[in-house]
Design a protein around this ligand. Structure first.
Ligand SMILES: Nc1ncnc2c1ncn2[C@@H]1O[C@H](COP(=O)(O)OP(=O)(O)OP(=O)(O)O)[C@@H](O)[C@H]1O
Ligand SMILES: [Zn+2]
Ligand SMILES: [Zn+2]
Length: 793
């Protein structure tokens, strides 16, 4: 059961002087006294708790792992987001630091099944490898446990430690090596190679495996050499280097344009005065926002302070990493999901110790253990990835605001298409509004043309996704040796399979969603739960062979492109092609080096890319997001189209954008065509006002899910009744309703949405639900409370 309350433990005398708030400790817990890890959140001289207290077993840390600031932040976050305090504390640490447990089985009674006896043949206790144990044996072991013949002990696994490597160092002088060589037989090839290498090694120490690989020798040769006293071997701690996949060039601050300078001056004066203030930096695509961030961060460093910069899922923006590391070099620490656990841990330690003063990272980097922060930057602030969708739900923007206030420093929210909420606050004067209205190259934004696909598809073969106009424009760029970015927001080959005889659509067995055809893996996949099955030869319902595939995905478009332009070099970037670590950076580098003509991808290619030779951007289907019954659909569509359009014509050459759509009259498309954010903002605010949506209302979504539909539905109605009784008449509850996709991974989802402006009773009501949810969980019902949800359906 999820528990979220403090427990009281005795501090043994030996720890009295050492223990501090913010440290982790191991303590016995529950009836079985299994060891678990906890955080010290308070120290008291005595307690009014009358029960028997247990003693802390070990201190995990020698100094607090969470600073006072972060401990306070966790408390605030838990309260603000209806989250468990323990989840908030845990989310602040790199995952390698979170305690992992393993189970040790101890044989206490020898009268057991021979199979079990055999299992313990090497001794009376053994670590249980849960994933590798044969299910039959596992069952037997558990049976013996229930009969009291085996005991289970929980042991805390040490987190990932530093990475250690074996290095070699030379030991002799040049002359001695020459003498040694003379003694060698000439057919001792490997030793000869090695000694030649050692002569020139000087004082360098090299990794043994690297040397072995380089010379094509085995470790036994190195060992022989060690015995001959030619070299010493030692173990050193190797710093993992997350920068490897990037190649950077040191950059100098650019001379700012007058517009940039004005903006930088305003921000920098706040840094100098240590003032907490939130800026909205609204700048059209290609207006040089990055340079503004960099110069403001430089000011913070000059002030002897640190700088924190958040970017949307960093693996997607290697260009931004290059910019920051190019400017601040080894002062920079990177934190993002593309790093291995170990790399993240190393980076975290570098920040904690003060070795790194600049942090660039994705969402959770907002918890970086920086001290004395001088500036916080959030690039592309409208991005939905800044919101964490699982417990603890939080928005990095809100956390950043809190930290900026605690550190008395400015926060910059940057975007070409700010979220409506942010822009509305800037308008009200809650944020200070800064504007960069021109592109750096002084050129107009690229011309955008909308292609009405209701007309265009009549002129082309059925099942082809390129209008004649788009084809023509591609042809022109290819001739001129310029580059093209094409976006299609769906991966896979076809979005669903339907039988033409009976209408059967192949569905995921675990979810209420159709399966997508993937040709590269020759399978049908579910994009929700990952279920995969073979491509059917005939209809599973009626046996007909008339199966057809509808809808399009990046794989199919890639094939079409190759057919239309046989010579063209395409890079396809979607979740399927970029799973491997460093793949993003590699693709983008190839494209930057002009090793490809077309970059084709899902929305992961829409943002932040800055390639001077891209003169055409094509959007194959602008309607994917519009169709959703979410009130933010227009905002998302406008943002995405404006962002992707902004990739064209960023340097000296003029850019052009072609957007294919079945809804050319829709205002989101019309205004994306004009790339006029201001007009969109006004129009959309009106729509939100009329329909009573954010930013005019605050919203909270409550979801219940369970294995049985009836159970989930009953729970949500119960919550509804509770809320209805607690809240004032001014608050509106939408629903309860089943979610748009009712069943995912065999769980049924029901939800309700609270819309409110001022609701003093809300906090208490929701906290009640949250506390009770710990009991619901035991019955297999999961409740989630989501403040300002970004997904409404
Ligand atoms: N002061 C300057 N002088 C010369 N070049 C500049 C200057 N400032 C920025 N640039 C260049 O202008 C280009 C666009 O800038 P940048 O990528 O920062 O735009 P952006 O505002 O972040 O756009 P987007 O929102 O589209 O990502 C970059 O190539 C950058 O190096
Ligand atoms: Zn059929
Ligand atoms: Zn599924």
């Amino acid at each position: 059961m999820q528990t979220d309350r403090p427990f009281i433990y005795q501090i043994p005398t030996k720890f009295e002087k050492l223990i501090q708030v913010g440290m982790r400790v191991n303590v016995p817990f529950g009836k079985g006294n299994r060891l678990i890890q906890g955080f010290v959140i308070n120290l008291k001289e005595d307690t009014d708790y009358s029960g028997k207290t247990k003693e802390i077993v070990t201190l995990v840390d020698v100094e607090p792992i969470l600073s006072k600031e972060l401990m306070l932040l966790a408390k605030w976050m838990a309260h603000e987001n209806y989250a468990f305090l323990i989840s908030c504390l845990q989310v602040m640490l790199p995952s390698a630091m979170r305690a992992k447990y393993y189970k040790r089985l101890v044989l206490v009674d020898n009268e057991v099944d021979p199979i079990i006896k055999n299992y313990f043949s090497k001794g009376n206790s053994r670590i249980l490898e849960e994933t590798n144990t044969d299910p039959m044996l596992f069952k037997k072991l558990m049976g013996a446990r229930n009969a009291g013949k085996i005991r289970i002990e929980y042991v805390i696994k040490e987190g990932l430690s530093e990475k250690k490597v074996q290095v070699i160092l030379n030991k002799l002088t040049k002359e001695s090596y020459h003498k040694e060589k003379e003694k060698l037989r000439s057919n001792a090839v490997s030793l000869n190679k090695l000694i030649d290498f050692l002569v020139d090694l000087k004082d360098k120490q090299l990794e043994q495996v690297v040397v072995e690989k380089k010379l094509g020798i085995t470790s036994s040769v190195i060992k022989k050499a060690e015995l001959k006293k030619w070299l010493t071997r030692k173990i050193i701690v190797k710093k993992r280097n997350p920068y490897q996949q990037y190649d950077f060039v040191e950059t100098k601050p650019k001379k700012l344009t007058a517009m940039q300078e004005e903006v930088v001056d305003k921000i920098n004066s706040m840094i100098r005065d240590n003032k907490a203030m939130t800026f909205l930096l609204e700048g059209v695509t290609g207006s040089g926002k990055t340079e503004v961030y960099l110069q403001a961060m430089a000011q913070a460093l000059k002030n002897n302070q640190t700088a924190l910069m958040l970017v949307p899922e960093i693996a997607l923006t290697p260009q931004m990493v290059k910019n920051v590391v190019g400017r601040f070099g080894s002062k920079v620490a990177l934190l993002h999901s593309g790093l291995s656990e170990g790399e993240r841990l190393d980076e975290w330690h570098r920040i904690q110790s003060g070795d790194a003063q600049v942090v660039v990272g994705a969402r959770s980097a907002v918890f970086a253990p920086l001290k004395n922060i001088g500036i916080i930057v959030i690039d592309e602030e409208h991005e939905t990835s800044y919101k964490q969708e699982k417990m603890p739900r939080y928005h990095a923007r809100e956390v950043a605001k809190w930290r900026a206030k605690m550190n008395n420093c400015p926060l910059i929210l940057g975007s070409a298409t700010p979220s409506l909420e942010t822009r509305a606050r800037a308008k009200k004067g809650v944020y200070e509004w800064l504007h960069l209205s021109e592109r750096i190259n002084k050129m107009p934004l690229p011309e955008v043309r909308l292609i009405d696909m209701r007309v265009a598809t009549k002129k082309i073969d059925e099942n082809v996704d390129f209008s004649l106009e788009l084809r023509k424009e591609i042809q022109i760029r290819l001739k001129k040796n310029e580059q093209i970015i094409l976006m299609l927001n769906r991966r896979g080959y076809s979005s669903f399979m339907m039988c033409r005889d009976c209408g059967e659509v192949l569905q995921c067995p675990n979810c209420d969603i159709s399966l997508t055809l993937h040709l590269d893996s020759h399978s049908m996949k579910c994009h929700y739960c990952g279920h995969e099955e073979r491509i059917p030869q005939k209809c599973p319902n009626c046996g007909s062979k008339k199966i057809r595939y509808y809808g399009t995905g990046t794989q199919k478009v890639e094939q079409e492109l190759q057919n239309l332009f046989p010579e063209v070099r395409i890079l396809r970037m979607d979740v399927d092609t970029t799973r491997k670590k460093g793949a993003h950076a590699k693709f983008l580098k190839q494209f930057g080096d002009k090793k490809a003509d077309i970059l084709l991808g899902t929305q992961m290619i829409a943002k932040g890319l800055d390639f001077p030779d891209v003169t055409l951007v094509g959007v194959l289907n602008a309607d994917t997001a519009l169709g959703l019954a979410d009130f933010r659909a227009s905002e998302r569509t406008f943002q995405l189209l404006t962002q992707v359009s902004g990739r064209a014509g960023r340097a000296q050459k003029e850019g052009k954008v072609i957007i294919q759509t079945f809804n050319p009259e829709h205002y989101a498309l019309q205004l994306a065509k004009k790339q006029n954010y201001e007009e969109f903002f006004i129009k959309e605010m009106l729509v939100r006002h009329q329909n009573g949506y954010p930013p005019y209302f605050y919203t909270i979504q409550v979801t219940a899910n369970a294995k049985e539909e009836g159970v989930a539905a009953k729970k949500i109605y119960q919550i509804y009744a509770e809320l209805k009784a607690a809240l004032s008449a001014e608050s509106i509850i939408l629903g309860p309703t089943p979610k748009a996709v009712l069943r995912i991974n065999n769980q049924f989802y029901y939800q309700l949405i609270i819309k409110y402006k001022n609701e003093p009773m809300l906090d208490r009501a929701l906290n009640n639900i949250l506390q009770k949810s710990q009991k619901d969980e035991q019955q297999g019902i999961l409740i989630s409370i989501d403040k300002e949800p970004l997904n409404f359906i």
